[in-house]
Each structure stands twice: as structure tokens, then as C-alpha cells.
Design a protein around this ligand. Structure first.
Ligand code: SF4
Length: 347
């Protein structure tokens, strides 16, 4: 019998995911379906399912988008060729890349232009890694944090170390120490490329791990930051499992657990978290464990702002009238959030 749930704060949606979900919601409110989205808008099966039911078609190749159809590019960031192809193919292209991923893109381009060899610490095949490496493919070598630098040798004197935004902090630090020892004068971003949402959620799960018998991390299997939370909890010595929702909880995990820690990856909706808490059913209630407060906010992508500005009359007239219930984000985008957007979709 579980006595208590410790609930991490912060957990779940970050500012980049909020921005991307709201932007795609705008797209399905403005255009008749189908609206196309290159790659999963965020890596969460329930969010993706909500958009699919609302008429979004997710594609892994821009050639699958019919010419002229509206298309959005995912929060993970896309290769320059993909952005160019989407812009050329579609009448309306909105790039929902997170600004903190864009920052890493800029670092890669800047250091490549200076002639540096760039080591990118990330997970092969992940959408964010694909988009970042593609910014300067001939200058970048991808290194998996689990493997470390291995036999890597730089071809030039200048070496830069950049990272996927969602790595485990200890994974990044391991490669950083290795690289700093091997390459004197190594360039890295002053504050690392791990984003605030990643580091805050990892700090919170560490506290949970120190006080819980088991930690449950809500999020999808292909969510890098979710998987990092599981690894961080385990490396802190606590049993930890990723769950999509209540159905993936194995009762055996909770059989001897008195205190269960619960958190969520940056793309997991709080609806899923609430369902997991209910399934765990703590007899003694829920205690919130807060390590910090987050106030980050990212405005809608510039192409969407321009589109909405151009279509203002249409949006406020015909479109909103046809699909009532849209909040008023034209004037105050902060007045609604991604959870409200998913509610609007009927998620
Ligand atoms: S996890 Fe970080 S980098 Fe990724 S979308 Fe959220 S804020 Fe942006």
C-alpha cells in the first residue's frame, strides 16, 4: 500500500513545448485539415495522438507534404535543407523550433565558420541531434555520452564541445571532463547547452530519488529528457521506471513501496501525471517537492505571428466564428497554455 506520493516541481511541459503545442493548435484552428507536421511536434504519444485526431498528419519526409499544404516543423529543430524545402513546398511554413535548440544551432554554425572541430554530445538518430549536426555536418562528430570520446582525435587545433539540450547533467559532465583533459583550450558554451527545463527537472528528480522507494517518470519512450530523468533517478540509487500512463504501471513495482516519487518529462501532459497519481492511490496524500519556480516563456514562432497578423480579420471573423472556444492569444498569448490548447482539441 503506497502511503505517500512525492510530486516533483517543476515537471512536465517546458516553455518550448508550451510554445510548440500552442502553435500547432493555432494551425489546426486556422486551416482545414490536414495540417502537416514534420516530425512529432513533441515526443509524447498522447500529445501526438490528440493532434492526429484533430487532423494533423505527421511526416518524416518533407516530400510527403502535398505542395501548398500548411506545414509546421517540430520543436526539436530541423536541418537547413528541411527548412528550405518546407518553405519552398508549402504556402505556409511555421518553424516551431525551441529557441534553446536554435541557440545550439548558432553555436555550431559559428564555431564551424571559425574552423573548429565540433564534438556534439547527443543521441544518434534523435530528431534534435539530426537537426543540429546538419547545421555543419562536415565539422561535427556526434559522440554518444554513454560511449564518451573513445578514440576521437581532432583534425584541427580548435575544438568545440556542444550538446543536445536534454542530456543527463552527469552524462554531459563526464564527456566535458574527458574533453577538457584531452583538448587544452576546448571551447564550450559558458553555461552548457543543457536547457533550464532539463537541469531543473533533473534537480527535482534527484530530491525525489533521495526520499522515495520508487520513482515513476511520466513520458514517452522516445523522449530524451524523460529517459534522462529515469537514468538520473537510478544513478542516485533509487528504483525508477518510465510510464506512459496508469496502464504501464507494474503493480510489482509498488508492492513494497511506501513513498513513490512522481515526475514527468518536458513533453508529458499533466493529465497523464494526474492519472498516474490516481492509479498509485496514496493513502496519505500528495506532497509537492519544489526545487525552483520556472517563469520562462517563449512567444509564438515568427512565421505564425506574421500569418496571424495577416489573417487577423479572417481569424477573428470567419475562423473563430466557425470554431468557437479559441482563447484570445492574439492579444495575450500568455493568457492560455498548452494544457488549455489540448483541452480545446478535445484531448
Ligand atoms: S526541453 Fe529544453 S530545449 Fe527542449 S523544448 Fe523544452 S526548453 Fe526547449
Amino acid at each position: 500500500m503506497v502511503d505517500k506520493v512525492l510530486l516533483a516541481e517543476p515537471r512536465g511541459f517546458c516553455a518550448g513545448v508550451e510554445m510548440a503545442i500552442k502553435a500547432l493548435t493555432w494551425m489546426v484552428r486556422i486551416f482545414e485539415p490536414p495540417v502537416y507536421c514534420y516530425h512529432e511536434i513533441v515526443h509524447n504519444a498522447s500529445v501526438v495522438g490528440s493532434f492526429e485526431r484533430a487532423g494533423v498528419v505527421f511526416v518524416d519526409d518533407i516530400d510527403e507534404v502535398p505542395p501548398g499544404a500548411p506545414v509546421m516543423l517540430s520543436a526539436h529543430g530541423s536541418a537547413p535543407e528541411v527548412v528550405a524545402a518546407a518553405g519552398a513546398r508549402s504556402a505556409v511554413m511555421v518553424d516551431a523550433v525551441c529557441p534553446l535548440v536554435t541557440k545550439v544551432h548558432h553555436e555550431v554554425k559559428r564555431m564551424a565558420a571559425k574552423g573548429f572541430d565540433i564534438i556534439y554530445v547527443g543521441h544518434e538518430g534523435h530528431d534534435e541531434a539530426l537537426g543540429t549536426v546538419a547545421q555543419a555536418p562536415s565539422s561535427v562528430t556526434l559522440v554518444d555520452p554513454a560511449d564518451g570520446l573513445g578514440e576521437y582525435r581532432a583534425g584541427s587545433e580548435g575544438v568545440a564541445l556542444v550538446a543536445q539540450t536534454t542530456l543527463g547533467l552527469y552524462e554531459w559532465q563526464g564527456v566535458l571532463e574527458q574533453a577538457a583533459g584531452r583538448f587544452p583550450g576546448l571551447w564550450t558554451a559558458r553555461k552548457s547547452d543543457l536547457c533550464y527545463a532539463t537541469t531543473n527537472r533533473q534537480a527535482a528528480v534527484e530530491v525525489l530519488a533521495s526520499r522515495s522507494d520508487v520513482v515513476l517518470v511520466v513520458g514517452s519512450e522516445n523522449s530524451s529528457n524523460t529517459q534522462a530523468l529515469v537514468r538520473v533517478a537510478r544513478s542516485a540509487g533509487c528504483e525508477a521506471h518510465r510510464v506512459d500512463g496508469p496502464a504501464s504501471i507494474d503493480p510489482a513495482w509498488l508492492a513494497d513501496a511506501s513513498v513513490v516519487g512522481i515526475t514527468a518529462g518536458a513533453s508529458a501532459p499533466d493529465q497523464s501525471v494526474r492519472a498516474v497519481i490516481e492509479a498509485v492511490g496514496p493513502t496519505g496524500g500528495v506532497e509537492r517537492v519544489a526545487v525552483t519556480r520556472e517563469g520562462e516563456y517563449f512567444p509564438p514562432p515568427p512565421q505564425l505571428r506574421a500569418l496571424i497578423g495577416t489573417l487577423q480579420a479572417l481569424v477573428e471573423g470567419a475562423v473563430t466564428a466557425r470554431r468557437p472556444g479559441m482563447p484570445g492569444p492574439l492579444d495575450d498569448d500568455r493568457a492560455w497554455d498548452a494544457a488549455g490548447a489540448l483541452d480545446l482539441l478535445g484531448a
